[in-house]
Design a protein around this ligand. Sequence first.
Ligand SMILES: Cc1cc2nc3c(=O)[nH]c(=O)nc-3n(C[C@H](O)[C@H](O)[C@H](O)COP(=O)(O)O)c2cc1C
Length: 167
Amino acid sequence: MGTLIAYSSRYGTSEKVAALLAERLEDVRVQNIVEEPDVKWETIDHVIVGSSIRMGTIQDEMKEWLARHEPHLLERPLALYLCAGTPTESERIRELEEAYRDTLREHAYFVEVVGSGYDFERMGFLDKAIVRMMAKQKESSLQLDDTKLNQLVEAAQTSERTRSENP
Ligand SMILES: Cc1cc2nc3c(=O)[nH]c(=O)nc-3n(C[C@H](O)[C@H](O)[C@H](O)COP(=O)(O)O)c2cc1C
């Protein structure tokens, strides 16, 4: 049994976070749910889900994946992270609520925005223009919140310990 880190990512930030978490946890399977939506649930006993916000919403594929797999997610320790520009505190909360429905947030041991990134090499013309205008960013950047990522890793390790003591 192991940990599933299931993510969707438009320009790679959520994917980088998934890889960073995987380096720090044991017995992890990292899965891009857009490319591989199916899960062998009988092999998974802990789940970390990550996605990103674009124009106020997460990827459609992630919304569908969460709805389809919700019963399995609710049966296991669950962490939910989000990558988002989130300029204000109220927007951060609104975006978390938009990304992950109440049932999942109430069940999860971690629900947080963990940072944002802008990869101008990968963005199309329209998205570059939106980022220049709205986020006032002109070049690629990665701003991850190390404190929150550490909290997530520590909580995940605790959750793993709890699971092995109470299988
Ligand atoms: C076109 C575009 C629109 C965005 N819209 C929002 C938004 O509405 N709210 C927000 O908090 N962040 C927004 N962001 C910031 C992204 O959430 C951030 O760049 C995130 O790290 C992207 O993660 P990803 O590379 O895994 O897709 C936007 C980014 C882009 C490129």
